[in-house]
Design a protein around this ligand. Sequence first.
Ligand code: SP5
Ligand code: ZN
Length: 348
Amino acid sequence: MDNSKLLIIKNSDNYLHHPHIEIDEMTVKPHQEQPQRVENIERAIIKSNLPVSFSEIHSYGEDIVKDIHTAELINSIKQISMDSDETEYNMPYVFGLTPVTERRSKEIKRVSYHCMDMGSPIGKYTYQTALLSASISYEGARRLIDGQKYIYGLCRPPGHHAENNVYGGYCYFNNAGVAANHFIKSGKSKVAILDVDYHHGNGTQRIFYDTDAVLYVSIHGDPDLEYPYYTGFDDETGSGKGLGANLNMPLPIGTDEERYLKALNRACEKILSFKPDVLILSLGLDTYKRDPICRFILEVETYEKIAKKIKSLNYPTLVLQEGGYCVPDLGKLAVSFFKGYLEDLLND
Ligand code: SP5
Ligand code: ZN
């Protein structure tokens, strides 16, 4: 183990999942969640002088997602993948919101039993790639338990929109959920998840909504106007034992660095008062001013400040990649973040 470096856990085969289109606002658009995203991040980090080492993941298999996802969701993603030809992608266009029968149509590619939107196609390699992405997160959790200090799971596809029984928002399995679940099973009694992706992590919220073992804190675009629309409001505070262990901080369109950092301070206070054993950071880079689908206006330098603030909490932290769609600039955003995050290594 080498704690003088950032350990980047990755999957070079993630490009096998590469949906080409999505449907948004009645329009067929090029799919935003492209393999070039993580390629650019990796390339920029290598080019920077940050101290890093890479670890290529192998798949841990289905068991790692079984505690947080239903068998129906897992099997449905697997089945659609298996039934797809090499270049075929599928997404439903029928959303049966009034389930009248247990009987399920054979047309699982057309009707949604588990899918929340028309932005998350499934192809031949989607199941395998999503499981590898979850494996990155699982491996990150294991390494953190082993004492590795700085870990970045370069997950692709992202995870935070995937709920127990639902996929969508470019997410199939909930990577942060897999890590949190593993921490709890390994004897950590309290896990905090800070989600700084532009979009509310409806999946992560849902999975841990009823438990006080996992605190979920999210800063995101106002769901009155932004995806995923149906969750992310500030009155969603958890239920049952989990009441109080969920904090949503929706911010208005146009939020700039000053406003963002104020919200981050409040988010951090909540995390400190929870006293977690470990922290998971769902790192979306789509709060950036040039992001093509989001509407905050953070600067490249803001990510360094965000990282320093999170670092100052001084918890063992697992950083996981979520969204971020300004493909040409993603590398410099990640480098800015890790310049802040690895500050103490750089000053030595
Ligand atoms: C992980 C993640 O960041 N998922 C985001 C999924 C968002 N999908 C819907 C995006 C709709 C954006 N519409 C933008 C219209 C711009 N004119
Ligand atoms: Zn996002």
